[in-house]
Design a protein around this ligand. Structure first.
Ligand SMILES: Nc1ncnc2c1ncn2[C@@H]1O[C@H](COP(=O)(O)OP(=O)(O)OP(=O)(O)O)[C@@H](O)[C@H]1O
Length: 666
């Protein structure tokens, strides 16, 4: 069996980490108290049992059978009690440690859920995963093994030394010197293996990342015939790991044999000297026999105590990383404005009477806006110079759509004072400044206006800030200057859950979860019925391909939908947004090349989804750009041109160049 090595990791803030750790242990203090008692009983029984050798041997030497028998039976009883206590504490410890781990995992996961997106943007997925795997594993190991062992070995170590001095203090001076040498060697080899262990961890990390990279990039490796070169590089990394592993395990492996050898030498010296004392009548045979057994078995608790307390330290270092994440500030949400469904609240009478009254007011308001819009249906061509978007037709029909979703639900924003504002999907950016880092602004003085039912497209070179703008609408990040206003309310005043509930987002990278196709669509609205799911799939143009799958809507999706094509995954993502039926949509168009038929399907799906909603689209396709109400051309975080397709072409500026560049490319 490979020797376990010491990682050399220690918590940076021992007091705080131990305090945190104790608070978790404190939740199961009764169990841990039982463990502590049983561990002590087991350790004391070991000591006492060994001590019982003394009356047994003396009984033998005196030829006194009854003393001998009594001694043997008592020793057997003590050892049996010790064994029972050991069984009891190990079982209780397993239960306690599993509960502690359950609590830590639950709290870590739930805390990670409420951390701001910035946490995920600044920490690699691997690092976050390693909290749940490596760090929690180390804590688990320590709780399952080291915790009880440290207590037991400490009691046995102190107890053994005390008994040794009681039995014979002269011999005990030699024994203590030998223990000193043992401790020195344990520390020395632990220190050496620590250096190699760090190297081993680095080499292991490098090898694992390399394997992961090569396996996920296997297609590219094969396309470029890179197999031989990739194998060579693997061998180099494998060799580095072999060398570091040999050093780390080599030193660790010497620890036990060296300690045991010192203990043998110790025993031999004590046996000779003790024998002389016995011959001189200065010690009885029984004492010498039990003394020798104590000396022989003392090496074990010393070794165990040093090793296990090191593992405990390493576990605390792991726990510290976990607790640090738990200490991170959760996503702040001071928004008090909530989204309410009028069909559920006002109509069912669960809302207070003043709100209900206002709800009726909203219906009147919606109707009046609808008729107002209908009067202007010829199309308002509104140009807001100096910062605001140039917007086109704004029809009453669209307002009606914004307030009443396809599912027949009427939604409204409920302000803290009970005032209700109809949900329409009116979004306005007013002189917005933003930077991920406060010292480096990404967006500068962005102003735009999207009226309900309009489609606003963002175009511009990579890194211009298109995605960043959409990140501000759903409050993944908050603006640093200016404001984003939704239906006349500053988004910072809206509760994040409500805000995100009212926004549908289709990202470029579709992520599918393990579950059925229907479950994956239902992700957009957890209480969606089968009819709603199928209706959404039809809107997204996904229904026909889903029906062709082996189990239709019940087909299992695994490994992020690996068995589905890129286009099919995209269609499911559109269906997911469709089932949520939000008044505002944010679409990050897929750039990945799919065949033209699928692209046409996706395009049709997107178009059907966009119908009647306010849409922000990060456009990569000409068709999307062309039929947008307004196109924002971004460059280095600034809107450099705005207008509809025709206007922008006439301007012969950036858009004109981009459009012709794209045109030539296609
Ligand atoms: N989470 C982040 N933390 C720090 N900087 C970021 C983050 N996300 C984006 N940036 C930076 O912000 C700038 C704008 O990025 P953004 O993703 O908005 O560009 P984009 O126009 O959407 O580009 P693309 O078309 O390539 O997706 C870039 O300089 C980018 O490096």
């Amino acid at each position: 069996m490979a020797a376990k090595t010491y990682s050399g990791k220690k918590p940076e803030n021992m007091k705080k980490t131990v305090g945190y750790f104790l608070s978790y242990m404190g939740r199961h203090k009764r169990m841990l108290f039982v463990v502590a008692v049983l561990v002590s009983v087991s350790a004391l029984c070991n000591l006492l049992g060994t001590y019982m050798i003394r009356p047994v041997v003396n009984g033998l030497a005196d030829g006194n059978v009854s003393t001998l028998l009594k001694g043997v039976l008592t020793a057997a009883g003590i050892f049996a009690t010790g064994a029972l206590a050991a069984w009891g504490y190990s079982q209780t410890m397993v239960k306690a440690s599993q509960r502690i781990l359950f609590d830590i995992r639950r709290d870590l996961f739930s805390h990670i859920q409420i951390l701001p997106l910035k946490f995920f943007d600044t920490n690699g997925h691997g690092d976050i995963m390693s909290l749940f795997t490596n760090d929690i594993d180390t804590i688990s190991d320590a709780l399952n093994n080291s915790f009880a062992m440290v207590i037991q070995s400490f009691i046995q170590m102190v107890g053994t030394l005390t008994i040794l001095y009681v039995l014979n203090w002269r011999l005990s001076i030699i024994v203590t010197a030998c223990y000193g040498i043992m401790l020195w060697y344990i520390r020395f080899s632990g220190g050496r293996s620590k250096v190699y262990y760090a190297k081993q961890q680095n080499s292991l990390g490098a090898l694992n990342s390399y394997i992961e990279e090569m396996i996920s990039g296997q297609k590219v490796v094969k396309v470029f015939n890179h197999e031989e070169a990739s194998f060579q590089e693997f061998c180099e990394k494998n060799e580095a790991l072999r060398q570091a592993g040999t050093g780390a395990q080599g030193y660790a492996a010497t620890m036990v044999p060296v300690v045991v050898s010192i203990s043998y030498i110790n025993c031999a010296i004590v046996a000779v000297l003790g024998g002389i004392l016995a011959l001189q009548g200065k010690a009885d045979l029984g004492s010498l026999a039990s003394y020798l057994v104590f000396v022989r078995q003392a090496a074990l608790p010393i070794n165990q105590f040093t090793q296990q307390s090191n593992f405990l330290l390493a576990a605390l270092a792991g726990a510290e990383r976990v607790f640090k994440v738990m200490d991170l500030e959760p996503e702040v949400d001071e928004g008090k404005v909530e989204l309410v469904r009028m069909t559920d609240t006002g109509r069912n009478g669960s809302m207070d009477s003043s709100s209900k009254w206002k709800y009726e007011g909203i219906e009147k308001e919606i109707n009046s806006v609808v008729s107002e819009g209908e009067n202007n249906i010829s199309g308002i061509k509104e140009t807001e110079k100096n910062g605001s978007a140039k917007a086109t037709a704004f029809t009453g029909k669209e307002i009606g759509k914004g307030a009443e979703s396809k599912g027949g639900n009427v939604w409204a924003w409920k302000k803290p004072d009970g005032e209700l504002v109809p949900l329409r999907g009116n979004v306005r950016f007013e002189h917005v400044d933003f930077g991920y880092d406060e010292n480096w602004m990404i967006l500068k003085d962005i102003s735009l206006y999207a009226k309900p039912g309009q489609k606003i497209a963002f175009v511009g070179s990579t890194g211009a800030g298109k995605t960043t703008i959409t990140n501000l609408i759903n409050r993944f990040y908050d603006v640093q200057g200016g404001s984003v206003v939704y239906d006349g309310i500053d988004v910072r005043d809206i509760s994040k859950t409500s805000l995100r509930h009212s926004l549908g987002i289709v990202l470029q990278d579709t992520h599918l979860f393990t579950g059925t196709v229907a479950d994956n669509i239902r992700f957009g609205k957890l209480d969606a019925t089968q009819e709603e799911i199928e209706r959404a799939a039809k809107i997204a143009n996904a229904d026909s391909f889903i029906r062709r799958l082996p189990q239709g809507y019940d087909t299992m999706v695994t490994s992020d939908g690996a068995h589905l094509s890129q286009g099919q995954r995209q269609l499911l993502a559109i269906a997911r947004a469709a089932v949520a039926d939000p008044p505002v949509l944010i679409l990050d168009e897929a750039t990945s090349s799919v065949d033209t038929r699928t692209e046409a399907l996706i395009e049709k799906g997107m178009d059907q989804l966009m119908e009647g909603r306010t849409v922000f689209v990060i456009a990569h396709r000409l068709s999307t750009v062309r039929n947008s109400n307004a196109i924002m051309v971004l460059e280095q975080g600034k809107i450099v041109e705005r207008g509809d397709h025709e206007d922008l072409l006439q301007q012969k500026g950036k858009y004109y160049q981009l459009y012709h560049g794209m045109f030539e490319l296609s």
